[in-house]
Design a binder for this molecule. Structure first.
Ligand SMILES: Cc1cc2nc3c(=O)[nH]c(=O)nc-3n(C[C@H](O)[C@H](O)[C@H](O)COP(=O)(O)OP(=O)(O)OC[C@H]3O[C@@H](n4cnc5c(N)ncnc54)[C@H](O)[C@@H]3O)c2cc1C
Length: 723
């Protein structure tokens, strides 16, 4: 048995219902009517003949009888409710003659004599087949496609049910269009007043496992202004259809915000997701730095090439490459339209520079094979890839000879700084978006909400959380929640890039293929004679956002760019150096959408392609919120299983990258030494993988934290330091 006690007009009410039985135990919504009766002694109960519609456990029947009603008729379509109501009436010392129970549907109720007082707490959830159970609990909670089924019958029959001068006392959920009820009452000649308003979390109980589906049903109703709620919080209005004065009881905490979706992180992934969610009529709170220098943010440090094919490497597994190219192409195909939307909403011109050149030279032993793999990927997907003479490339004036050039007209580049600013302008101007210029300290579950605590002492309660804090996403969740979310680990690919004013004009981006675990050397036009040079890539297991660029990283960039792309870069004026932490997963695929916890979503793991993938990710994440069943099988789902390589298996293929990396800057070793060094490193790494020395054990521990090719430089580094 579940039992609870409450007080009504000085009398104790004790209600019991069988555990997990077919009768709904009173929810907080039900208790609001008792509090209204206590708050307003003028509500006409004493001596009244009352009808309790949908009596459930009998809470109202008992409360009205104890508060002095002459007689109460308790009606419910669920036969078990009649029995439990009778039991509860007896439990509270009410004479059997004071209460009559009727099993039946309000639509068919015979009304031999109307009642002085009609009370009702109707079911208020919209129907969905996922939680349809055809039991007493569904009857008590679910009211047809829009949740209003019983409200509508009640309003249609109210003239018959109420005696002249009688009162309807209605517990009205804000999920079921309160204005519609008020207008109907007014139209039908009733004066309607609000006795009390209570803010509550939607009482989900046995529906808790379906709250995402329930919310996806409620969002369109809210868009149509037929439901009102924010996050999981809604209002219960006690309406009395007779008198005029009203009072409200709303508690608000200045440091607590309730929102539909809280987005943690203000990089491109977070902002693009917030933009998409707002377009779906959701109320959004972004938590993340808005002002300041954005140290460590990947989005502002990015080259922002929209590289669909030029990320392909000859050594990639073909199936895997095809999957990634397919997703990148989907993102690229929608990019112009998305950029137009952001541009229009922000009134800022966002320019996309078409085309990317990919070149090969003697610095990259695998360049030629990579160019062919890139061209093949483009052709396979019906896109253009044109080999051209290196002399055709505007602004290419390298020190080392360019062997081949591939023009990819369907690739492009954007200015990520301008994009971030435009999105920030749109979000700041949208009244449904709140932006807390702080950081998330921890995330917990609180009641039905996800609760995000921030560094400035505020708390955001939300129905959904999108984690989009880039490489900073790890470790934000409190342990109990982290266990349910079960997010794959994230690492950081620390990258340094710089912006320079150059003495030549650059019409389109020029890049080498990926090499040595990094994305090669590239220059990207930014307009106004400025050019972006990128980029280094160094794995780190714990990103340090405050760590500035090392001179060595800057030297590598300048050396490689001026040797491979344009020697005049030596004369360029340095404008800015940026460090960004690319969020990367152990299997290198992004994390978009729902996690093991239905209210926690990820928009991260985009590694080298986040600028391109941001709008695509935003749609997948928003679908996971508004249409929760649509994205569960997406290959970038955080719930996918990851197949991670053993160190031994990876060594053969990855030592070449290790040697490439060791050669930077400069890119070349004396003839024959490349292979020799590769063989030596391979043998040394196999020793580590199998060895039992303290050094081998420590290095294997490091490998376990980051089982990916990019870990090899860390192992090399550690090998020298561990004794
Ligand atoms: C050098 C470099 C070159 C790149 N080149 C390209 C390219 O050419 N094309 C491409 O498509 N992609 C490129 N990328 C990758 C792309 O930049 C990233 O994949 C993408 O920007 C990641 O965006 P994000 O929003 O997830 O992360 P970020 O941009 O890093 O944003 C995360 C935000 O979360 C904030 N944050 C951290 N902790 C917290 C917290 N506790 N609470 C709240 N907020 C927090 C951070 O301050 C940051 O603002 C490049 C990246 C780098 C570094």
């Amino acid at each position: 048995m579940i039992s609870a006690e409450a007080e009504v007009r000085g009398r104790r009410v004790r209600i019991e219902t069988p555990d997990d039985g077919p009768v709904l135990f009173p929810t907080d919504v039900g208790l609001t009517l008792l509090s209204a009766l206590n708050a307003d002694p003028d509500l006409p109960v004493a001596g009244a003949r009352a009808l309790d519609i949908g009596c459930g456990s009998g809470l109202y029947t008992v409360a009205l009888a104890l508060a002095g009603a002459a007689h109460v008729t308790a009606l419910d379509v669920n036969p078990a409710c009649a029995e439990v109501t009778r039991d509860n009436a007896a439990r509270n010392g009410i004479q059997p003659a004071q209460v009559a129970t009727i099993v039946g549907d309000l639509a068919e109720l015979a009304v031999p004599e109307p009642w002085d007082l009609v009370v009702c707490n109707p079911p208020h959830f919209p129907h969905d087949p996922v939680y349809a159970a055809d039991d007493g609990i569904e009857t008590a909670l679910v009211g047809g496609s829009d949740g209003r089924a019983l409200y509508d019958v009640l309003l249609a029959r109210l003239d018959e049910l109420l005696a002249p001068g009688g009162t309807l006392l209605l517990t009205h959920s804000s999920l079921t269009d309160i204005p519609c009820t008020r207008q109907t009452l007014q139209r039908n000649g009733y004066e309607c007043r609000t006795v009390q308003v209570c803010e509550l979390d939607i009482p989900l109980r046995r529906y808790a496992t379906h709250r995402d589906v329930l919310l996806s049903r409620l969002y369109p109703l809210r868009t149509a202004e037929r439901a009102a709620f924010r996050g999981i919080r809604f209002e219960v209005h006690t309406l009395a259809a007779t008198r005029i004065d009203s009072w409200t009881d709303q508690v608000s905490d200045m440091n607590q915000f309730v929102t539909d979706v809280v987005v943690a992180g203000s990089g491109l992934l977070g902002l693009a997701t917030a933009f998409e969610l707002l377009s779906r009529d959701l109320d959004v709170t972004v938590v993340g730095p808005r002002t300041g220098d954005h140290a460590g943010q990947a989005s502002r440090a990015a080259g922002a090439m929209l590289t669909v094919f030029s990320e392909v490497e000859a050594s990639h597994d073909p199936q895997r490459a095809s999957l990634e190219v397919g997703e990148r192409l989907a993102a690229r195909n929608g990019y112009e339209a998305w950029l137009d939307r952001v541009g229009m909403a922000s009134k800022q011109a966002l320019r996309l520079v078409p085309g990317v050149w990919v070149i090969s030279n003697g610095y990259g032993p695998d360049d030629a094979a990579n160019l062919r793999a890139i061209a093949k990927a483009a052709e396979t997907h019906g896109c253009r890839a044109e080999f051209a003479a290196p002399t055709d490339i505007p602004a290419l004036a390298p020190q080392v000879r360019t062997h081949e050039a591939l023009w990819l007209p369907d690739e492009a580049s954007v200015d990520p700084g301008a994009l971030v600013e435009a999105l920030a302008t749109v979000l700041s101007a949208d009244p449904r978006c709140r932006w807390l210029n702080t950081t998330v300290t921890t995330v917990n579950e609180r009641g039905e909400h996800v609760a995000v605590d921030t560094a400035d002492g505020s708390t955001v309660l939300a129905a959904h959380l999108v984690l989009a804090a880039g490489a900073g996403t790890t470790g934000l969740l409190a342990p109990a929640l982290a266990e349910q979310v079960d997010a794959p680990p994230l690492r950081s690919g620390r990258g340094v890039s710089l912006l320079a004013r150059v003495p030549f004009s650059l019409p389109a981006a020029v890049r080498t293929p990926n090499r040595g675990f990094a994305c090669g050397s590239h220059m990207v036009p930014r307009g106004d004679g400025t050019v972006y040079l990128g980029a280094t890539n160094r794995l780190s297991t714990e990103p340090d956002y405050g760590q500035p660029a090392a001179l060595d990283e800057i030297a590598t960039l300048i050396h490689d760019a001026s040797a491979e792309l344009n020697t005049h870069l030596r004369d360029a004026g340095l404008i800015e150096v940026r460090v960004g932490h690319r969020p990367v997963t152990l299997d290198h695929l992004p994390l978009f959408g729902r996690t093991g916890h239905p209210m926690v979503h990820l928009a991260t793991g985009t590694y080298r392609c986040g600028v391109l993938l941001a709008p695509h990710a935003a749609v997948i994440v928003a679908d996971g919120i508004t249409a929760p069943r649509s994205t569960s099988t997406h290959p970038y789902s955080p719930r996918r299983s990851m197949h991670l390589p053993a160190l031994d298996d990876l060594i053969g293929g990855a030592t070449r990258g290790l040697v490439d990396m060791l050669c930077q800057p400069g890119g070349s070793l004396p003839p024959g030494t490349h292979e020799m060094l590769e063989r030596f490193l391979e043998a040394a790494l196999h020793e580590i993988a199998a060895g039992s020395s303290a050094r081998a054990v420590a290095m294997r521990r490091l490998w376990q934290r980051a089982p990916m090719a990019e870990c090899l430089p860390l192992l090399l580094d550690a090998a020298g330091r561990v004794r």
